[in-house]
Every structure is written in C-alpha cells, then in structure tokens.
Design a protein around this ligand. Structure first.
Ligand code: BES
Ligand code: ZN
Ligand code: ZN
Length: 459
C-alpha cells in the first residue's frame, strides 16, 4: 500500500473525522465508530471521535485505523484521508500511524487476498520529514508482525539470521553471529542447552548500529527468539502450545527496531541482540534436573524445561555486557504466562533495577500507545531462585506465585550493576482477541515504536 502526502485530495473516496456533535444523520460519532455516506459523486467515510474535549493520541490512532479498515472492506483502490489538523501536539502523526498500522493484513496464506486498496493520500500540511518517519517506522513494525505471524517452520533461527544480515547491509551496522559451535566453545551453555534438540541450531546474533561514531557507548536491546516453544520435555499442553510461534516476538521487535534505525539513521548507537533457538523435543533434548553452566560462570539447574526464555536471555545479556561497551540494557521477551493474567494485552510488564530508566520507558510507551506497567523485582524473588545443587534454579521455590517477578529476578542475576529493564510482552505481542484500533489480531509488533521513541528521545 502506497501512502502519499498531498495538499489536496484527488480521489472520490474520502475519510473525514467528526465529533459527536456533527449532526450526521443516524450516526452518533462515538470514538472509534465509523459510517459510510454517499454524497453526490463522493463516498465519505466518517470516523467518529466522540467528545472533542476527550480526544488524545490513542483515540486518534484507533479511529483512524478503524476508518482505513472500513475502506479496505469497501474494496476501494484509492482513498484520501483528510487530516483535521487539531491543535493537539502530534495529532497528525497519530492519525497517520493509525492509518498505516490499521491497513496491515497478513494474507500470505489466504487464497483470497483481502485488500484492493493500493493508494492512500494523506491530505495534510504536516512536515515531510515527520511523514516519512511514520512511514518507515510503520514498515519496520510490519516486518516484526510478518515474522511473528508466519509459520514456526519458516521463521527459524536461520531465518532470523538471514533477516539480520539483510538489515546489516546498511553501512551503519556491523553484524556478528555466533553459530552453534561458537556458542558451545565460548561457553554459552544455557543457550546451547535450549536449542540443542533442533535440526535448526541456535544462534546469537549481534547487530551493532553506529549512528554516532563520536560516542563510544551504546544502548543494548536484547530479544527473546524462541522460534517455537514446545516446552521441551515439560511439554506444553493443548490450549497453551498453539500460539507458541509467537515466542520469538522479542527478537522480531529487535529486528524491526534495527530496520527502523537503518531507514531513519538517528545519531545514536544501539546494539541489537537476538538470542535465537528452537526449543524442540528429541533424543538430544536438555534434561530436567540437570545442571548447565552459563556464559557468566553461574550454574543453573533445570527444574522445568518450559522456563527456557530466561535461560537464553541470561547468556545473551551477560555476553553483550561483557563484550560490548553498553551503558544500559533493555530486554524484550514473551517470558511468562503470569503477565498475561496480570495485565492482559493492554500493558506490558516492566521490571527494572533503575528508576530513571523505568520512568523514561513508561513515558515513551504512553506517547506511542505501547503501554508499560512497572512490577516489582525484590530480593525475596531473587532468594527464591537459588538452586539446590547449582547456583541457581530456573524456576522459583515460590511456585507459580509472582512468577513474572521471579523470572525477572533470574535475569537480574546476569546484568551485574548495569542499568537494566526487562519488558515482558507475553500479553502485548500477540492479540488473541479481536482487532482493537491499530492493533490487529495476532502479531501486534509491540515494542518497535516504543523503543525507537525511547532511544531517540535520549539526550
Ligand atoms: N513462552 C512462555 C511464556 C508465554 C506464555 C508466552 C503465554 C506467551 C504467552 C514461557 O517460555 C513459559 O513457558 N513460561 C512458563 C514458565 C514457568 C514454567 C515457570 C509460564 O509462564 O508458565
Ligand atoms: Zn516456555
Ligand atoms: Zn517461551
């Protein structure tokens, strides 16, 4: 779909935003409601915004997304979006984001392709640079969504490496990939254990984006890339296993972020890290009760093979911190089912050892509509992760209680005193319910815009 910034519309299908006092017959114009009217030669899609006093960036994004989906349903090939140019800061950006993000369809496996919509005119006097930024960021979100939506048999650790190599064609990115032999040799024993049963072996992928060569440090972003989570020998039951191709969402968001950086070239430095493994079951599966040695040297006894995300992240976090100059680390991971119970698909769980970092992340999230809710990581949680025969256990002695916090406290063991934030996206990365504004069903692409906003707003 091609989005173009224009000064005047040239199509006969037009999207207009209206408030609840607009007096359009039989249309209440509540926030998010859409109706179609045929007036003279024009088709007008009215996008309701409700009460004028209550509009915010979230409601603009959602209305805009609903309107574009309505046009897709009408099977039009062209549409013009009239930007109402509200005084609200960034309103044009939010409307454009809603329009582009809402136009996403994953129809790779549909015989009948849904969308005829090819050209979208955005009638606005917003600045061209802002327009291009939204377009490129949204393209990067689509990369993330496509990777998460596609088959686990297609999106393997090898595929994640191929995408990372493609992104690293940019002269601003240097890539290093550890293959399985190097993972073993360099002692990333936890990443190796999780990935060793698969015919597609694990990888550690490190993409170093240098947009500011004068600065010697960078921010590090690490993504969980379990390309399918069977649960290992602690096999996941029916009802839980079906959507586990989404378990590489953190990695897909890191790849989306790196793509955005190469397209938009901000003057910052970012190390993007993907820990990729297929947690499969076969004769080589890692065993319950066995102890494995992590890259950091700490030993970990495996009391549940389904708690695999924390294992691969532990090695990825300590490897990145030891081998690169990074001043803070943020990891994104579909880590625990408990965060879905606590926060659903609206907020991601945020766990951190640094209040400043947390507050900035929360602020960036609320600006872009990818919300975060901070949850505790306490010494009591850390205490509960002590091992019986090893230094650590990969599950907590508190059982299922506070299991998002205990998982976070396990990760904390591997970051030393580096400012660190862990974002548990098990609920927000994959929407099993119905479409909500710019958030489609299935893969949402959560994290790309949040991290881009956070990293580029840092001084
Ligand atoms: N990948 C899952 C977490 C998950 C759950 C992601 C639902 C997306 C939706 C993770 O590897 C897992 O299995 N976690 C277990 C940990 C438990 C065994 C301590 C969980 O949360 O149940
Ligand atoms: Zn698991
Ligand atoms: Zn998992």
């Amino acid at each position: 779909m091609n989005f173009k910034l224009v000064k005047k519309e040239s199509t006969d299908t037009v999207i207009k935003f209206v408030f609840d006092n607009s007096k359009i017959k039989d249309f209440e114009a509540k926030s998010g409601q859409v109706c179609v009217r045929y007036e003279k030669k024009e088709t007008i899609v009215y996008a309701g915004l409700g009460d004028r006093k209550k509009i915010d960036l979230d409601s603009l994004r959602a209305s805009s997304a609903n309107a574009i989906r309505c046009v897709v349903g009408l099977k039009r090939s062209k549409v013009s979006f009239i930007d109402p140019l509200f005084k609200l800061k960034n309103s044009s950006v939010a409307i454009l984001e809603g329009a582009i993000l809402g136009s996403y369809v994953f129809d790779k496996y549909k015989s009948d392709k849904k969308s005829d919509l090819k050209n979208v005119e955005f009638v606005s006097n917003m600045n061209k640079l802002q327009f291009d930024t939204v377009k490129k960021l949204s393209e990067s979100v689509f990369l993330t969504r496509d990777l998460v939506n596609d088959n686990a048999s297609v999106v393997t650790p090898q595929k994640l490496e191929d995408i990372a190599k493609d992104i690293s064609k940019s002269s601003l990115v240097n890539i290093k990939v550890l293959n399985q032999a190097q993972i073993k040799k360099q002692g990333l024993g936890l990443l190796n254990a999780v990935g060793q049963a698969s015919s597609v072996p694990p990888r550690l992928i490190l993409m170093n984006y240098v947009g500011n060569s004068k600065s010697k440090t960078s921010s590090c972003v690490v993504g969980k890339g379990i390309t399918f989570d069977t649960g290992g020998l602690n096999l996941k039951p029916s009802g839980f296993i079906e959507k586990m191709r989404c378990d590489m969402s953190g990695a897909a968001s890191v790849l989306g972020l790196m793509r955005a950086l190469t397209l938009l070239k901000p003057k910052i430095n970012v190390l993007g890290v993907v820990a990729a493994a297929h947690s499969a079951i076969d004769a080589d599966s890692f065993f319950c009760g066995d102890t494995y040695k992590s890259y950091s040297g700490k030993t970990v006894e495996i009391n549940n093979t389904d708690a695999e995300g924390r294992l691969i992240l532990a090695d990825a976090l300590s490897y990145s911190i030891k081998n690169y100059k990074v001043d803070k680390v943020i990891d994104l991971a579909t880590l625990t089912g408990a965060v879905v119970v606590a926060l659903g698909d609206v907020y991601a769980g945020l766990f951190s050892n640094d209040d400043g970092l947390s507050n900035k992340l929360i602020k960036s999230g609320s600006l872009v509509g990818e919300k975060l809710w901070r949850m505790p990581v306490d010494d009591v949680h850390s205490e509960s992760m002590k091992g019986d025969i090893a230094d650590l256990s990969n599950i907590s002695s508190m059982g299922r209680n506070a299991s998002s916090s205990t998982a976070a406290s396990f990760l904390k063991e591997f970051v030393g005193d580096k400012p660190w934030a862990h974002i548990d996206i098990a609920g927000t990365a994959f929407n099993e319910n119905s479409i909500r504004g710019e958030i489609p069903k299935n893969a949402t692409g959560y994290g790309v815009r949040l991290l881009y906003e956070f990293l580029t707003s840092q001084k």
